[in-house]
Ligand binder design. Structure first.
Ligand code: ZN
Length: 266
């Protein structure tokens, strides 16, 4: 009997110990009950729903190719180049960008119209890519399951937890919000990716400043799904300085952005 009791206590602990990942951006060990394949499956399952809810794809193949090219440059130098990334522009008036597990990344028409350079575009796509590489969505879902395991004990709690979380995911998908800690990781991870891809890191500072000043006069949906950590612009600037990211000759790409995006959205 005593052994059985010990086992019952041990099972959830074992599940938690085995269900772990190392976050490639922070280096921290985190609870993670989902496999890489499940990230890919979840993303593939819900990408069409996101597309539909946010106005569908912008019907301009050249523009879509340009957005995807910039995104792929960033993804290939990220911590997880093995995911099958896609970067898609959606025909929505919300100012937002999304990342689904497994590498489905979206940016809206309204957001594209507010930016001015390829480096700024790269900064948003890199930020979203970092949410994918750090597996922020399924890490958050795992934390919820972890709590239910501690309360209920055992493998059944993990199974039903995963099922519930996946069911809720469909309903919450548009309003799913990251934590401020995850936002900071996405900023700094994304910054390192855009720099590795050759983009001027000041593009991220400019984008965050632009979004913050916009939010004084209108709702910026990006901040409801990506809550702004304190001193966001300051720590991004500090990170650029500390890592000596700001070197001469980094790509800004104002002309490219005007020709490939702004002129086509008119
Ligand atoms: Zn974010």
């Amino acid at each position: 009997m005593k052994t059985l009791k010990k086992l019952l206590i041990l099972v959830p602990i074992l599940l938690i110990v085995t269900g772990c990942q190392t976050n490639p951006i922070s280096g921290e060990t985190e609870l993670q009950f989902f496999s890489d394949d499940q990230d890919v499956e979840l993303g593939a399952q819900y990408a069409p729903e996101i597309e539909k809810q946010l106005g569908g794809k912008i019907l301009d193949l050249d523009l879509q190719n340009y957005i995807d090219e910039v995104g792929q440059k960033v993804a290939v130098v990220s911590h997880r180049p093995d995911f099958n990334y896609s970067f898609v522009a959606l025909d929505s008036n919300q100012i937002n960008a999304f990342a689904l597990p497994g590498g489905h990344i979206f940016i809206t028409r309204a957001m594209l119209k507010k930016m001015e350079t390829e480096a700024q575009l790269a900064s948003v796509l890199a930020h979203e890519t970092a949410h994918v590489t750090a597996r922020h969505v399924t890490t958050q879902m795992s934390r919820q399951i972890g709590i239910s395991v501690l309360l209920q004990a055992g493998a059944a709690a993990v199974d039903s937890g995963i099922a519930n979380q996946v069911a809720n995911f469909g309903a919450q998908i548009i309003s799913l919000s990251f934590s401020r800690k995850q936002e900071r990781q996405a900023d700094l991870g994304g910054l390192s990716y855009m720099v590795a891809a050759g983009y001027d890191p000041k593009g991220m500072v400019e984008t965050m400043q632009m979004l913050e000043s916009l939010s004084d006069s209108r709702p910026v949906e990006f901040f409801s799904t990506h809550p702004s950590p304190e001193n966001r612009v300051e720590y991004i600037k500090d990170d650029i300085y500390m890592n000596n990211y700001d070197k001469p000759g980094m790509k800004v790409g104002a002309d490219e952005y005007r020709i490939n995006v702004l002129a086509r959205l008119k």
